[in-house]
Write a protein that binds this ligand. Structure first.
Ligand code: HEM
Length: 540
């Protein structure tokens, strides 16, 4: 069952592997192939530092091959060629662009939320915060990745290029939202799908989206090549431009040496990587933002904790710009909130790897031999809840007291949202800044680790911090209570404990699609019977 890691957590290990003397690894022997699920830190660290011995196995990675070979779906020397070029583009120039774009676009999103609440209003409500955050994440990626210049408002107005049915963003969203169907169904099938069968609208959308994503990306590549020819070899500050430039540079160097080895990327490979940037970066970041919003309304004491940091960091004049280089490195509480969300909700609930030849691996107790063709699922959910690492970590006098209505008294500390566990405060006598806690190897893997660690890690952090700087600089976040019927049929407002329980259930019912997510998107009804209504209250 895909995504069982989130639903059952430690249970399968307790039931099946502990009695056999293997507390952290579970072996499934099925029809001809052996699968292992593990949360042993030693095994995790050993496997992830050896990508040649443990190659990619994740069905999603292969699905992500649809638009061309790319850094996520390849292995060995081909992967090394992709990785060198891809990693070089996700640099500090891009981080600055992402920071600036995130500030501007998040500002646009807040203005839209306030638009319907009347001039000078002190608070505004929306049932669509999670859809708005998805739009925010994809627009930031397209602007920083493809050199687009979509303003928040422009993005709201549909600007379809002549000859197309969908904008680039719509095509990307449709493909990622229906990844399996997009990857395996041929074009003729989606194009000729009969209108009287269920799922017709999705098939129709996909029939346009797959072809148009390819055509849009090809246009973007051609336009960027044209610009580059006009400018000489100076790359613009976006991922596509830097990737094309880096690839061209590799080609030039190789041709000078007379070597036959190919170090550059073909147009198809560039297209494959552009799709990976967009798909790997979009869903994971958008869902991390969504979980954080929910945890912050459930734990308002951590909003106060963030206000202390943000008020000290950002200029009191809202017109004064925020500088990436001076603000981001100091926003460590904001970063701690992101790390805590990713600890509790890693977008990938497992990392799938496979042995191509027999391998010996180190475990926490000994060494074991793993036969060829074994699939190993590294359980990110469970290793992030290891009480030996996380329970009561970095408790100190600077952390906020639990909320006065805390009704989760029996929930163990490692299962709670407590971002302050990530901060090591200097002792009273030391004159140093607080630091982010560095977990032991293999204990915290939302971005994987080792040579194949996510190259977009810093970019996601920068985007996250900038968005929360904008949201919390001037607002407090609250969940909107629903109207419910009591036993005698009278309508009343939800009580605090009912709202709390509703949020607990919303988080608990997360499912693992491309990445882990809550059922909070595409809220159509005005009452918000699904998802969660949000209120932004001005602080000043
Ligand atoms: C919160 C946000 C993110 C999380 C949690 C995340 C997580 C991950 C993980 C776990 C992997 C390894 C997958 C595997 O080995 O199967 C990965 C790989 C990758 N990620 Fe991210 N990612 C995030 C954001 C981004 C962003 C913003 C980008 C780029 C724009 C990006 C680009 C990539 C690429 C290109 C790879 C493949 C690297 C390789 O195989 O060498 N990611 N990511």
């Amino acid at each position: 069952m895909h995504g069982w890691e989130n639903e059952f957590k430690f249970e399968p290990y307790k039931r099946w592997s502990i009695p056999l003397g293997s507390p952290k690894s579970l072996v499934f022997a099925g029809a001809g192939r052996v699968e292992v699920s593990t949360w042993d830190r030693e095994i995790i660290a050993d496997i992830l530092r050896r990508p040649k011995d443990f190659i990619q196995f994740d069905i999603a990675n292969f699905l992500l091959n649809r638009f061309g070979p790319n850094v996520l779906s390849t292995d060995g020397e081909v992967w090394a060629r992709h990785r060198k070029l891809v990693a070089s583009t996700l640099n500090e120039n891009i981080s600055k662009v992402v920071f600036d774009q995130s500030l501007v676009l998040a500002g646009g999103m807040v203005s839209e939320i306030f638009e319907n609440s009347g001039p000078g209003s002190d608070c505004a409500e929306t049932n669509r915060i999670f859809d708005l955050v998805k739009k925010l994440a994809i627009t930031i990626l397209v602007n920083a990745g493809m050199g687009g210049n979509q303003a928040w408002k422009d993005a709201a107005v549909k600007q379809v290029k002549p000859g197309f049915k969908l904008t680039y963003i719509e095509a990307v969203k449709a493909v990622i939202g229906n990844l399996v169907a997009a990857a395996i169904l041929p074009r003729w099938f989606t194009s000729w799908y009969p209108p009287f069968l269920p799922g017709y609208d999705t098939m129709k959308l996909l029939s346009y989206a797959v072809g148009e994503f390819r055509a849009h990306t090809k246009d973007l590549i051609d336009e960027e090549k044209q610009r580059s020819a006009e400018r000489g070899s100076v790359a613009r500050n976006n991922i596509l431009s830097m990737l094309l430039n880096a690839s061209k540079e590799e080609e030039r160097i190789t041709s000078g040496t007379g070597s036959q080895a190919k170090n550059s990327l073909s147009d198809e490979e560039i297209m494959g990587n552009i799709f990976i940037f967009t798909s790997a970066g979009f869903d994971s970041t958008a869902n991390t933002l969504a979980y954080t919003l929910v945890y912050l309304v459930q734990n308002p004491q951590y909003q106060d904790w963030l206000f202390e940091e943000i008020d000290a960091l950002v200029p009191s004049d809202p017109e004064e710009p925020l500088e990436y280089t001076s603000v981001f490195p100091k926003a460590i509480r904001c970063l701690a909130v992101m790390l805590e969300t990713l600890r509790l909700h890693p977008p990938l609930v497992h990392l799938g790897k496979m042995t191509g030849t027999p391998q010996v691996v180190r475990t926490s107790t000994s060494e074991i031999e793993i036969p060829t063709g074994t699939i190993i699922f590294i359980n990110s959910v469970v290793v992030h809840l290891d009480p030996g690492v996380w329970r009561d970590l970095n408790r100190n006098k600077f952390e906020p007291a639990p909320h006065k209505d805390d009704i989760d008294g029996d929930v163990p500390d490692e299962c709670r949202f407590r971002p302050s566990r990530w901060i090591i405060n200097p002792s009273d006598t030391e004159n140093t800044q607080p630091k982010i806690f560095q977990p032991p190897k293999g204990a915290f893997i939302p971005w994987s680790m080792g040579p194949r660690v996510c190259p977009g890690q810093k970019m996601a952090q920068v985007e996250f911090v900038a968005i929360f700087l904008v949201l919390l600089r001037a607002h407090r976040l609250e969940a909107v209570k629903m109207v419910v019927r009591d036993a005698s049929g009278n309508e009343r407002e939800e009580a605090d404990h009912e709202l709390h329980e509703r949020i607990v259930q919303l988080i608990k019912k997360s499912v693992s699609k491309v990445t882990q997510e809550m059922d909070v998107y595409n809220i159509a009804d005005g009452k918000c019977s699904r998802g969660l209504g949000f209120r932004l209250v001005r602080r000043h």
